[in-house]
Design a protein around this ligand. Structure first.
Ligand SMILES: C[S@@+](CC[C@H](N)C(=O)[O-])C[C@H]1O[C@@H](n2cnc3c(N)ncnc32)[C@H](O)[C@@H]1O
Length: 129
């Protein structure tokens, strides 16, 4: 199973997914070199074997092998990413979007309200392509 975190930041979600799903490969894509480097080093230090990191703009990464995709982006990026998800992802891919909905024809199969210390991040939207 291949799962992407597009815009993985320091990689904390990639590591949580890697621990929860040891048989999966979790791929974090991050454009910021400091966040990318910290993500790689932290996985190495913690001995997590099933994470991979790519330092790129996620628009330039082929996501067609994804079985799952997680994202927590800016609202302004959601419109841009919609076309890419429609083009790249295979049918059946599970998509989790933290905080921001995918617009257009996309309708969440589930909406979760979660308890979090970050008040602006209370809702998670789950989609199946
Ligand atoms: C809100 S943070 C989310 C971090 C982490 N995924 C989380 O859930 O906490 C968004 C991240 O996306 C990265 N990002 C924004 N645009 C990007 C792009 N076009 N390609 C790759 N990463 C990008 C930013 O550098 C930032 O680290």
């Amino acid at each position: 199973m291949i799962i992407y975190d597009i815009g993985c930041g320091y990689g904390h979600i990639t590591r949580d997914m890697a621990r929860a799903l040891p048989q999966a490969i979790i791929i974090g894509i991050e454009i910021n070199i400091i966040s990318y480097t910290r993500a790689i080093l932290t996985s190495k230090i913690l001995g997590i074997k099933n994470t991979r990191y790519i330092r790129k703009n996620f628009h330039d990464v082929d996501l067609s092998d994804a079985d799952g995709l997680y994202m927590f982006l800016l609202g302004s990026l959601m419109e841009q990413i919609r076309g890419k998800l429609e083009k790249d992802l295979k049918k059946g891919t599970l998509i989790i979007s933290n905080k921001f909905q995918i617009n257009g024809k996309w309708k969440p199969i589930k909406t979760l309200n979660i308890n979090t210390l970050a008040p602006s991040q209370k809702t998670v939207y789950i989609y199946r392509k």
